[in-house]
Write a protein that binds this ligand. Structure first.
Ligand code: KG4
Ligand code: ZN
Length: 345
């Protein structure tokens, strides 16, 4: 086997990203370049991602971002073995831009195109960064997703749990908004929580004790709203205490829900001595959550793999890598009629 180089394209939400990744004959990988343009400033005034603005920004930026990714990797299309573009799930306008661009490059260069599920990109990142080959548990916590999955191999994903209402990042963002804090709310809630009292407000621990592994976060947000209304107008101290109490409820909930997930995994894969819990998605940047997960995995004899933040949040290296893994396995590329899918479980 030779090494292969894949160009990845990611445009499913509000990041325009391109990356070149090499997969070596031994299965390890190297990121040759990883360019991410965040549209945050364009969406911030609206308090969330505006699909129409996102699609237009992708159109304007993507060609330049791909050129930058090629230049930083000191490579050209000639040396690329395949193109991989996110084709779902996500905002349809952005997906069209990325997938069409991938098709155009594939048509012009004669290289194969892989249409990658964005979640598969997140799911396989640990195989790139950590070289892990055993099945592992993946906690994916972002603005759009909250899932617990078993990643048993390329193309072999079993979802153990999902949120029945809000995604965890969404709960952070909505909580921030109702406290008058700017978007994106996660980092701001974490910052305020640092000086707050996590025990002041008695917030619910959704799903506690339930047999099924699913998550729920909308009730928590509603409880924050009720407390905020009761104590209005809020002082800085009230806001800090609410943020701290919210974050504590989140970490408690994750610990309770996940301890069941870890036990389930242990029972299903008794042959793995020290299994891994991989955490990915923007919410994985939260230090309180990382600390809680570290102590949880410690107690259960798991190791915690948290990719560097720039590979936890949306990027194209994970898309390129998913394409490289598929190419290495000899899985078929897509044909020209492949369509983007805004929903793709
Ligand atoms: O993975 P990501 O960059 O984009 C997608 O949603 O796909 O995740 C963004 C989400 C936002 O909801 C943001 O508020 C949250 O991740 N987030 C955080 C933190 N940093 C980002 N949530 C809690 N604490 C943080 N430090
Ligand atoms: Zn994502």
């Amino acid at each position: 086997a030779n090494s292969i180089v894949v160009l990845g394209i990611e445009t499913s939400c509000d990041e325009t990203a391109a990356s070149l990744v090499r997969r070596n004959p031994d299965g390890s990988g190297d990121i040759l370049s990883n360019v991410v343009l965040s549209q945050l400033d364009e969406h911030a005034p609206f308090g969330g991602v505006v699909p129409e603005i996102a699609a237009r920004a992708h159109v304007e930026a993507l060609d330049g971002i791909i050129s930058q990714a090629l230049a930083r990797a000191e490579t050209t299309f000639d040396d690329v073995d395949a193109i991989a573009a996110t084709s779902g799930p996500g905002l349809i306008g952005g997906l069209i831009v990325g997938l069409m661009t991938g098709k155009a490059i594939a048509a012009a260069t004669g290289k194969p195109l892989y249409a990658v599920n964005h979640l598969e990109g997140h799911a396989l990142t640990a195989r790139l960064t950590d070289g892990i080959r055993d099945p592992y548990l993946l906690l994916l916590v972002s603005g759009g997703h909250t899932q617990l999955l078993v990643v048993a191999g390329v193309g072999d994903y079993r979802r153990l749990a999902t949120t029945i209402d809000d995604a965890l990042g969404e709960a952070f963002d909505k909580t921030a908004k109702l406290l008058g804090l700017p978007y994106p709310g996660g980092p701001e809630v974490e910052r305020r929580a640092a000086s707050g009292n996590p025990l002041r407000f008695d917030l619910p621990r959704p799903m506690r004790g339930e047999e099924r592994l699913d998550f729920s976060f909308s009730g928590l947000k509603t409880a924050v709203r009720q407390q905020a209304a009761k104590h209005a107008p809020l002082s800085e101290e009230d806001v800090a205490d609410l943020c701290a109490s919210f974050q504590k409820a989140v970490t408690d909930t994750l610990e309770e829900r996940l301890s069941r997930g870890l036990e389930r995994f242990r029972a299903d894969f008794p042959e793995i001595d020290t299994p891994a819990l991989v955490v990915a998605g923007g919410v994985a940047a939260n230090r309180a959550i990382r600390t809680a997960l570290a102590s949880l995995t410690d107690r259960h004899g798991f190791r915690l793999i948290a990719a560097p933040i720039e590979l936890c949040t949306d990027n194209a290296a994970m898309i390129a890598w998913a394409g490289a893994e598929r190419l290495a396995l000899g899985l078929p590329a897509v044909t020209d009629d492949v369509a983007p899918r805004s929903r793709w479980p």
